[in-house]
Design a protein around this ligand. Structure first.
Ligand SMILES: [Zn+2]
Length: 234
């Protein structure tokens, strides 16, 4: 069984950028784990919003959305929304999570996306990609090795919000699932409205054209093969 780890910056990123594909993985029987770096406490246009309350609400919403895909576990790192940095500390946190959960496939933001305006998206992508090497090289974090977190090499990365996509997934059958998941993020109704629905649909239609399908999601897929994917269990 394939184990997929999705790393998002905010609650709703994974559904927004890769929800149709996550739905497809779910239908194919993959085990899916979500990791959300920030608590989303700035995600409101209403200046009266209580940030702590919003963060608590968004955690619940993320749980409800993940249920739509049968996600087995959600890991919340709880960084402040808008302040995520690709630090060595975050890299270590992610690398140890890779070692613990041993995913076959990583879904993450493309850190090379040109003109991406949200710094958290770039930071989450940067840290998620960089943590792969640290997870697979056994001399990183010897303290963790003593705790049984042996090196783990993720063989495949699918980067969403991709700058130069090379992999398209037909999501015609799972867009509905994506929509249901996104609708669970009720605090985001100011952004999650008719226009947002149309945006996602148009984007998927455009991507679909690339592969002759009605709707698709686009990724930069990186497969690491052969000698470079050693290190399991070392
Ligand atoms: Zn986001």
């Amino acid at each position: 069984m394939t184990r997929v780890l999705g790393v998002g910056a905010h609650p709703d990123d994974l559904e927004w950028y890769a929800g149709g594909t996550i739905g497809k993985f779910a239908r194919e029987g993959a085990e899916i784990i979500f990791l959300i770096c920030t608590d989303g406490d700035k995600g409101s246009y209403d200046p009266q919003t209580d940030s702590a309350q919003l963060a608590a609400q968004r955690r619940i919403e993320q749980g409800n959305a993940a249920k739509e895909f049968g996600v087995s576990e959600i890991i919340f790192l709880g960084y402040a929304d808008g302040e995520l940095q690709p630090t060595l500390g975050l890299r270590k946190q992610l690398a140890l999570i890779y070692r613990k959960y041993q995913p076959d496939l990583l879904l993450a933001f493309d850190p090379w996306k040109r003109y991406e305006l949200h710094p958290d998206h770039l930071a989450a992508g940067r840290a998620a990609v960089d943590a792969r090497i640290a997870a697979k090289m056994p001399l990183f974090y010897p303290d963790a090795r003593e705790q049984g977190l042996a090196a783990w090499a993720i063989g495949e990365l699918w980067l969403f919000n991709a700058d130069a996509p090379n992999h398209f997934i037909d999501v015609s059958a799972t867009m509905e699932m994506q929509r249901h998941a996104l609708e669970q993020h009720r605090s985001q109704t100011t952004v999650w409205d008719q226009a947002a629905r149309a945006f996602i649909e148009n984007q998927a239609r455009e991507n679909g054209r690339a592969i002759g399908m009605d709707y698709a999601e686009a990724f930069r897929r990186i497969v690491i093969e052969g000698a470079l994917v050693v290190a399991q269990g070392t």
